[in-house]
Design a protein around this ligand. Structure first.
Ligand SMILES: *Cc1c(COP(=O)(O)O)cnc(C)c1O
Length: 362
């Protein structure tokens, strides 16, 4: 037996389980388990990535300046307060490490994205989890749970795995009820997919208050998850603090170059968004027609709930989809739910056909 003693928070953690990516006996499965973009990245991003090959002997720019400038220009944000990370996962972890300790509580929502839970637990913090209503963050339930120990609050907007979102007004109301010494992190991994007109990404709150951070990623609509690039828009105080614990070369050169090209190609991004919207509407109405509950999504995936009374279940549907070469993702820690990423036309057609078959077989 080892005499090593891990910190209690770390010892409590269970390992993260990645979405499945292979199926036995299927050569090219349709992988719809990780909310990846089937359309891939902009060709300009691929060019920037491959052109970087002759500079691999040099350290990348530790200031990440080209990418920060590109993001600042495209989004109309102050590049001095943009921080890039090894995926937005790293940025969330850096924020938690900088602000959350063993005496603190982290305020989270019932179906929130699990990575922030993991980082908070590893810091030794206590998780306080507010229930949701209709699979949406419930602002009142969150605010009822604020205590003197609440130092961190986060929501993903839209959220994964539900796909639901808070409006700009609701986001502002949630922030307004949090103490000034509580960091409010808005994880906008799916912001680009949103079509709801009352949505706000929260950048306005970052500009207005010194305790709000917005994180974004190149892993979803920009189709670059392999490169691990995300970014955070921060108040100056948060930026300066997190800079101290960031490793100087946390983002690599080819990734920085590809991401800068990707964000400058907004035409490509908008085309991906348009295709996603089309399929999101089509799939939702088709599946509702079959009697499957589709949680209203603003993202590039949809969460399905199968009614036990009808003798159908998420796990059984998942098995059936897999028998057809399609990989969905279980969700919600329950047998009722299934999360499926929106893919290319042929992939989506295959899902609909399989679910038609599954639902009509009693
Ligand atoms: C996919 C996802 C991310 C992105 O993580 P990266 O580390 O940037 O790849 C962040 N938050 C949520 C809610 C996600 O679903």
């Amino acid at each position: 037996m080892s005499a090593l003693e891990p910190r209690p928070g770390v010892a409590r953690l269970a390992p993260y389980v990645q979405g499945k990516s292979s199926l036995e006996g299927v050569r090219e499965p349709i992988k719809l388990s990780s909310n990846e973009s089937s359309q891939g990245p902009s060709p300009l991003a691929i060019d920037a990535y491959t052109s970087y090959a002759d500079q691999l002997n040099r350290y990348p720019d530790g200031n990440q300046w080209e990418l920060r400038k590109a993001i600042g220009e495209v989004h109309g944000l102050d590049p001095d307060r943009i921080l890039c990370g090894n995926g937005s996962d790293e940025l969330i972890q850096l924020m938690v490490r900088a602000y959350v300790g063993g005496d603190h509580q982290a305020l989270l929502s019932e179906n929130g994205f699990v990575m922030s839970n993991i980082h908070c637990i590893s810091q030794g913090a206590e998780l306080v989890i507010a229930p949701e209503k209709n699979y949406r963050v419930d602002v009142d339930a969150m605010l009822e749970r604020v205590t003197q120990k609440t130092r961190f609050c986060t929501i993903a907007n839209p959220n994964n795995p539900t796909g639901t979102y808070l409006s700009g007004d609701e986001l502002r109301r949630l922030h307004a009820g949090l103490p000034d010494n509580c960091l409010f992190l808005v994880d906008d991994a799916y912001a680009e997919y949103v079509t709801a007109t009352d949505y706000s990404d929260g950048a306005d709150l970052v500009d207005e208050f010194d305790n709000v951070v917005m994180t974004r990623t190149f892993s979803k609509i920009y189709g670059l998850p392999a490169l691990r690039i995300g970014w955070a828009y921060c108040p100056t105080g948060v930026f300066n603090l997190v800079q101290r614990i960031r490793t100087p070369f946390n983002t690599n050169g080819p990734a920085l170059a590809a991401a800068a090209a990707a964000v400058r190609d907004q035409d490509f991004m908008l085309a991906v968004k348009e295709e996603n919207t089309l399929w999101r509407d089509r799939i939702s109405s088709h599946l509702r027609g079959l009697g499957v509950e589709v949680i209203p999504s603003q993202a590039n995936f949809y969460l399905l709930r199968f009614d036990e009374a009808s003798g159908k279940s998420g796990s059984e549907a998942a098995q059936f989809l897999q028998s057809q070469g399609i990989i969905p993702r279980p969700a919600g820690g329950s047998d009722q739910f299934l999360r499926i990423t929106i893919g290319m036309a042929a992939e989506n057609e295959a899902v609909l056909k399989a679910l038609d078959d599954y639902m009509s077989n009693s």
